[in-house]
Design a binder for this molecule. Sequence first.
Ligand code: 13P
Ligand code: SF4
Length: 319
Amino acid sequence: PEQKVEVKAKIKKLLKEQDAVLVAHYYVSQELQELAEETGGYVSDSLDMARFGNEHPAKTLIVAGVRFMGETAKILTPDKRVLMPTLEAECSLDLGCPIDEFNEFCDKHPDHTVVVYANTSAEVKARADYVVTSGIALDLVSWLADQGKKILWAPDRHLGTYIQRATQVEMVRWQGACIVHDEFKSKALAELIEQNPDAGVLVHPESPTDIIALADYVGSTSQIIKAAQTLPNKKFIVATDKGIFYKMKKAAPDKEFIEAPTNGAGATCKSCAHCPWMAMNGLDNLLSVLENGGNEVFVDEDVRVKALRSTQRMLDFAE
Ligand code: 13P
Ligand code: SF4
């Protein structure tokens, strides 16, 4: 613990010296989330991380999360230095949607408006008409549907199905999934709900359709934290990465939270509701990046300019 205190103190000093601000996602460790809070940084969902980085005057953004979050920051603010504790932190949705195959898919549906989830590469964003996060996906697609648009959705199939059912829009979907949310099990969840009939069920929309069907509230990480505060239930079952519990408990300290089950039907979980890539962010690699200036995020300028169009539309819509 003494060593940790020392590492934290060094990080705080270097952040100040380098005019750097730490932006973290709810799924990274509590230590990193606390450090972001203590140093004038920010902890939030992927939409608000993008907004915060876009508006903050610091010269350097340190993005504690996964690669697409660092790339989104660089797309929006190319003049800032964007660093990450690790450049190895991927996302199964991004990995599962390579640009060449995605281009082919888009070419097959030229009359569709291309809407992609932020959990994608800069190249995929460059091909898209709109970027969305889980916080605004439903609203933005509803708005396009009202204009009579047909939608090409990528890459998360569960979020796509959820939106299609809610809006009845004509939609073709990429078949990607988040390895973390894909593991929630509906049979075990239904049993848990039966044992806790007073509990509200909060679900992130990357979860499978049969999990979403059991939800009382579906939303982005920030939105489900808010729901935990505002819904009248005293107890909640939560289907998302367990990193969220630090902030959720802080936001609603008088409430009880239960993790949604990932190991139904005797299967053993691979990620056990914690993203292995988010977990690669730590105090040590954060310090090392500040000391050595490594792990800078770069996006090819041609790609960035195209990706900015669809990503800026996300921010404009979210206002
Ligand atoms: P949020 O935008 O809800 O934070 O989701 C990002 C993510 O990667 C969830 O797995
Ligand atoms: Fe990607 Fe899932 Fe990890 Fe979020 S939790 S970064 S969607 S793999």
